[in-house]
Write a protein that binds this ligand. Structure first.
Ligand code: COS
Length: 389
């Protein structure tokens, strides 16, 4: 399908594809086996300018947008969703600074993030605040011109490898989500330590770690936006980053389909390649339809975000939900096409199944996001009724 990419976008896709095949592919199996963070690939992505894609030019970025980041993430994830996350998760940690940071914060952090010299991460989730993001327990107590943070964050992507963390903490626990505030916390800040490094089922090249704040002193100038705006900062950030999860999921789905197609053309049973069987063809066709639909929804959403449309919560949730469901189904069906070989770790396809699953869970479970979508639909329906008088 022609998505009318401009020349820059086409070149980016080609560059990401080349890097994925030449630099990422040879490393995939080892990174997955060892659960190793791919510092070498971070350098490759940085040299290609990928970390600066969505960062404005005045802060040494490339000045493109969420769409270009999605195109690159898709191509990288087609080969390895784990290492692609070293790029996408840094965007998640950088968006709050771009969206709500002040000039001083932007100048201080964005150029280094754009060059890929340092990585960012986003800390919202806690042991007892996952889907219920408004109930975070980490506190930030004001003390003169500084805040004292106490609490714990879990499942933080790029945890332990990022230098800059955007942390959502409560400055007024009595106000619930309206009492949350966002802070930039740098690695090495006294009272900020890393906890358990997670041993994950999939995306094993990605670093996932707990963060601990124990009387961690953060200067007031590191607060992003006003006190009490933290929940909105987080929600707006997620609206812009969920298309990135959709891109990752889409890449996983496309990568699994690529392998299934190749295998079905080579695997001989009953004297003919199994691709000649209608049962296989129908499976492939259904996956192809869903992948293309996921791509269309994602690209359009990303273009909406870049066009500056403010309320993209519904579309952003839709593309993430749809693409991640497609990724899981495609990966499972691709394993099915590989048959017994697909279930063996000697073949690369089982990894896609492991990698796909997380895309239905993180940055909002698909159940929570269906709730967000429905909430918007109900509101839009009510608004339409009002318009009709
Ligand atoms: N953009 C701007 N504002 C938003 C918003 C968005 N996308 N979503 C919610 N808000 C605002 C609401 O308008 C509301 O504002 P007021 O207090 O002024 O009315 C406020 O935020 C609270 O919203 P709501 O009442 O809908 O909050 P809930 O506590 O019911 O929770 C969900 C909302 C479930 C959507 C939220 O908690 C969520 O997204 N959870 C998933 C979190 C997640 O993705 N976790 C993954 C880890 S982060 S990597």
């Amino acid at each position: 399908m022609d998505y009318f990419l401009n020349d820059t976008q086409k070149e980016l896709v080609q560059l990401a594809r080349k890097i994925a095949l030449e630099r990422v592919k040879p490393r995939v199996a080892e990174l997955d086996r060892n659960g190793e963070f791919p510092w070498d690939l971070v350098k490759v992505f940085a040299d290609a300018g990928f970390y600066g894609l969505y960062i404005p030019e005045e802060y040494e970025g490339v000045g493109l947008g969420v769409f270009e980041l999605a195109l690159v993430t898709e191509e990288l994830s087609r080969i390895d969703a784990g290492s692609a996350l070293a790029l996408a998760a840094s965007a998640l940690g950088t968006f709050p600074i771009i969206l709500s940071g002040n000039e001083e914060q932007k100048k201080r952090y964005l150029p280094r993030l754009a060059r890929g010299e340092i990585l960012a991460a986003f800390g919202l989730t806690e042991p007892s605040a996952g889907s219920d993001a408004g109930s975070i327990k980490t506190t930030a107590r004001k003390d003169g011109n500084r805040y004292i943070l106490n609490g714990q964050k879990v499942f933080i992507t790029n945890g332990g490898v990022a230098k800059v963390y955007v942390i959502i903490a409560s400055t007024d626990p009595s106000k619930g989500s309206r009492g949350a505030s966002a802070f930039i916390v740098e690695e090495g800040t006294p009272g900020f330590t890393y906890g358990k490094e997670e041993d994950k089922v999939g995306i094993r090249a990605s670093a996932t770690r707990q963060l601990h704040f124990d009387d961690c002193i953060v200067p007031e100038e590191n607060r992003i936006g006003p006190e009490g705006a933290g929940f909105i900062v987080a929600m707006k950030t997620l609206d812009r980053s969920r298309p990135g999860v959709a891109a990752q999921a889409l890449g996983i789905a496309q990568g699994a389909l690529d392998l299934a197609l190749e295998y079905a053309r080579e695997r001989i049973q009953f004297g003919t390649p199994i691709i000649n069987f209608q049962a296989i063809q129908f499976m492939l066709a259904d996956l192809g339809i869903k992948i293309e639909a996921a791509r269309a929804l994602l690209y359009q959403t990303a273009r909406m975000v870049d066009a500056g449309i403010q309320d993209v919560a519904k579309e952003s949730a839709m593309c993430k939900v749809f693409a991640s469901d497609v990724a899981v189904q495609t990966a499972i069906d691709a394993v099915q096409i590989f048959g017994g070989y697909g279930y063996m770790r000697d073949y690369p396809i089982e990894k896609f199944m492991r990698d796909a699953k997380i895309t239905q869970i993180y940055e909002g479970t698909n159940q929570i996001l269906r709730g967000v979508i429905a909430k918007h639909m109900i509101k839009q329906a009510a608004d339409a009724v009002k318009l009709l008088g």
